[in-house]
Design a protein around this ligand. Structure first.
Ligand code: AMP
Length: 253
């Protein structure tokens, strides 16, 4: 069983992002970039499935600029077997990425695609769902537990997912798309020997045109702005004053 794991290169979660002065986007010049945290969880899950003898190959895919190779190597250091870079300098929106992933799924024929539930830069939470729709495959999003098993000749996934009211368990037929939530697992740290080994693993590069995909953006960003600064709080003397302020100033009770 082959597992495809899309990994996105994003601004590291520890970086405090700054909006460009002209309001056209976030400034990523000289900013630390890393693998999207939910994608690390996806790679870890795929590698655990391989270690458990359920999966036979884990393929990491990243779509974007040449530097996304580093993200693919990071996935290989966790345990992915090989990588595919879909190289493009264009802004890749979720629909374009989903179409690129569809073209790769048609070629690679994975049994499962494990995506992150969302990328922490655009917070779109769309790519996995769009890919499942384009492939006509079942999807189970926000997974907090994944079990894959053969049920009478048909591979199925039992996926526990985190929803507002608690946990929901779905059973879906494979091939399918699964997206990861935070509590699915705790990704391992890549060891130095594994980082060195990752440098030698195969990494192919293709262009969107090679896959026959038009990646032209369908959405235009009108403006990007910093959130308003929080104003300082005040200390109230007692409960009566608090209730008075909530009633007459904030007008929330
Ligand atoms: P999004 O829909 O942008 O929130 O992204 C959801 C998931 O789709 C991510 O966690 C990745 O697994 C995958 N993904 C999105 N963009 C890319 C990309 N450029 N390259 C590889 N995977 C991506």
């Amino acid at each position: 069983m082959k597992i495809l794991v899309p990994v996105k290169r994003v601004v590291d979660y520890n970086v405090k992002v700054r909006v460009k002065a002209d309001g056209t986007g976030v400034d990523i010049a000289n900013v630390k970039m890393s693998m999207n945290p939910f994608d690390e969880i996806a790679v870890e899950e795929a590698v655990r499935l391989k270690e458990a003898g359920i999966a036979t190959e884990v393929v990491a895919v990243s779509c974007g600029v040449a530097a996304c190779q580093e993200t693919i190597r990071a996935a290989m250091a966790i345990g992915a077997d090989r990588g595919i870079l879909v190289e493009s300098d264009a802004e890749l929106q979720p629909l374009a990425v989903a179409k690129l992933l569809k073209a790769l799924c048609d070629k690679e024929q994975p049994t499962v695609v494990i995506c992150g539930k969302q990328a922490i830069d655009d917070d779109s939470n769309q790519t996995g769902q769009m890919l499942a729709a384009l492939m006509g495959w079942p999807q189970a999003t926000f997974a907090s537990k994944v079990l894959l098993a053969d049920a009478g000749g048909q591979m199925r996934a039992t996926v526990m997912r985190e929803i507002d009211g608690g946990l929901e368990t779905l059973e879906i037929k494979l091939p399918a798309v699964i997206t990861t939530d935070l509590r699915l697992n705790e990704p391992r740290y890549a060891t130095l020997p594994n980082i060195m080994k990752a440098k030698k693993k195969p990494l192919d590069t293709v262009k969107p045109a090679d896959l026959g995909v038009d990646v032209a953006p369908r959405l235009a960003t009108l403006k990007v702005a910093e959130p308003p600064k929080r104003s300082a709080g005040v200390r109230v003397a007692d409960v009566a004053q608090l209730v008075d302020k909530l009633k007459n100033e904030a007008k929330v009770i």
